[in-house]
Design a protein around this ligand. Structure first.
Ligand code: HEM
Length: 508
């Protein structure tokens, strides 16, 4: 687990923590009414169980602890009383039976800055404002017809990637990096309409913020010690980046507003309404007040929640197929059979790619890009799995552990897409053993937006190229180590050698 403490400030912070030791110890004891009831490992003074989850891969460590302590496990993380959910049955109780009560989010330090005080969708407290934004998502922003309207953007950006790969002339290429910039390219054009002058800086800043919020932030474990966020330097860093991004989107909104007022149409390569247009229209028409800062924080959601999650999944799917050449052959044969006549993949035939869809599901099961989902908070005390969970308890749902639960999955550590063929299990939040997008009211609203961003690039990569590992590396030796962060990514770059496919009408 990464804790964000620049080294020269560590000592100061350490002293501060100890100075506050008795205060926090007293507080955590008085608040912690769940500690005695819900099973969990022994706690140390002041830090509680922090040392136990301070591992490179907390989702795995938590699963291992849960195997000893149970599917509802209590961890004292600094001052914060936390429960970890590690079985589909308990996840169902939390996200279905008690869905409303657990639809709250904790007020974390970094999102407070980047989301203009929790006015985005992902961190807005459960209530009217959040409900309204969710409705805007379902009916306007991320609806099936809106996603469809971005088809030409997706096809164009993926084709650009394919053409770039062709130029590699058989040299090894960092495919993860290419997938990452292609996905951000799609998001940027869907959000802003065309390439904006500061788009690259905006994306680089979001990536930087994503890195800063990777792992857990020490200040979030000691909310009563306000000085921590300042001493660690994290808040100042995030504020600086946030200000830059604020100015960039401010200008984009101004340009959009001016064009709308002038009645001028869009360029021929732009979609009729991009996401900023949609939000401005809602701002003009709707009775519900949507300020500019709210528009900015929703745009941030689309970039922050939507891009890295998708590109990471595509990269893992490619990695798994490289590791399992049999699966690669099956998936490639299917894509080439379906698109043989066209010599290129377009979105009309994607629904026929049953095996590729199974590969994507299997990738989500084994490598959910957000393994602990987004943190929840219990609003009122309630009973879960026979234990009392106190109000304000933080709740982490270990989707990674659910996807590997041997009571639900045969050979859970085996990458075997066939398990999803002729299976009704999907990721829409009703099968609690498989919830890469979450479940209940807080389920990801971007599923429809995400699906073609996964399927189209994968289908195109498989159609136009045969793939090899460089330097004679064997499939079984491909390194698959994960790094924990806001999304769980590959530790090492995925470097591959593409060879053009003779049946392609694009690459030769
Ligand atoms: C592979 C792609 C994606 C994955 C794996 C993913 C996963 C998730 C997960 C696990 C959550 C938390 C759900 C919970 O707390 O139960 C979430 C929430 C969210 N996602 Fe996604 N997501 C993806 C793509 C997208 C896209 C493309 C968008 C928008 C364009 C998006 C927007 C959001 C938003 C706004 C939330 C917060 C919802 C709320 O709190 O009400 N996501 N996503």
């Amino acid at each position: 687990m990464e804790l964000h403490l620049p080294s020269f400030q560590v000592l100061l912070t350490f002293l501060l923590v100890f100075f506050m030791m008795f205060k926090s110890l007293k507080k955590s004891k008085s608040k912690d009414s769940t500690r005695k009831s819900i099973p969990g490992p022994k706690k140390l003074p002041v830090i509680g169980n922090l040392h136990q989850i301070a591992s490179p891969l907390p989702h795995k460590t938590m699963r291992d602890l849960a195997l000893k302590h149970g599917p509802l496990m209590h961890l004292q993380l600094g001052e914060v009383s936390t429960v970890i959910v590690s079985s589909p049955e308990v996840a169902k109780e939390v996200m279905k039976t008690h869905d409303v009560n657990f639809s709250y989010r904790p007020a974390l330090v970094v999102p407070k800055v980047t989301t203009y005080d929790f006015t985005n969708i992902a961190f807005a407290p459960h209530g009217n404002y959040w409900r309204h934004l969710r409705k805007v998502c379902t009916t306007e922003l991320l609806s099936a017809s809106r996603v469809q309207s971005f088809r030409s953007i997706r096809e164009g950006e993926v084709l650009n990637l394919i053409k770039t790969l062709q130029q590699s002339n058989g040299k090894p290429i960092n495919i993860g990096e290419k997938i990452f910039s292609m996905t951000y390219g799609i998001t940027a054009r869907a959000a802003f309409g065309k390439k904006c002058k500061d788009q690259e800086i905006y994306i680089a800043n979001i990536t930087e913020i994503t890195k800063l919020v990777s792992g857990f932030c020490l200040a979030d474990f000691y909310p009563s010690i306000k000085g921590l966020q300042h001493f660690s330097g994290l808040k100042a860093k995030v504020e600086k980046i946030h200000k830059k991004n604020d100015r960039i989107v401010e200008n984009i909104i101004k340009e959009h507003r001016a064009r709308r007022a002038s009645g001028k149409g869009k360029d021929e390569f732009e979609v009729e309404e991009d996401l900023v247009d949609v939000l401005l229209r809602i701002q003009e028409e709707d009775e519900f007040t949507l300020e500019d800062k709210n528009i900015k924080s929703v745009i941030l959601d689309v970039f922050g929640a939507g891009s890295e999650t998708s590109s990471t999944t595509v990269e893992w799917a490619m990695s798994e197929m490289m590791k399992h050449p049999r699966v690669m052959r099956e998936a490639q044969a299917e894509v080439r059979r379906v698109f043989k006549e066209k010599g290129n993949v377009d979105e009309t035939g994607l629904h026929e790619l049953k095996y590729l869809k199974a590969v994507i599901r299997e990738t989500f099961r084994m490598r959910p890009s957000v393994p602990l989902l987004l943190p929840r908070e219990c609003n009122q005390a309630c009973e879960i799995n026979g234990y009392k969970v106190a109000a304000k308890t933080r709740v982490l749902i270990n989707a990674w552990a659910l996807g590997r639960d041997p009571d639900y999955w045969n050979e859970p550590d085996k990458f075997y897409p066939e398990r999803f063929l002729n299976s009704s299990i999907d990721y829409m939040g009703t099968n609690f053993e498989f919830i890469p997008f979450g479940a209940g009211r807080r389920i990801c609203p971007g599923i429809l937006f995400a699906a073609p961003n996964l399927e189209l690039p994968l289908a195109q990569l498989l159609f136009h190229f045969d793939w090899k590992l460089p330097d004679g590396i064997k499939a079984e030796d491909l390194e698959m180590t994960e790094v924990f962060g806001m999304t769980v990514k590959r530790k090492n770059d995925l470097v591959l050698v593409p060879t053009p496919y003779h049946g392609s009408t694009i690459v030769h």
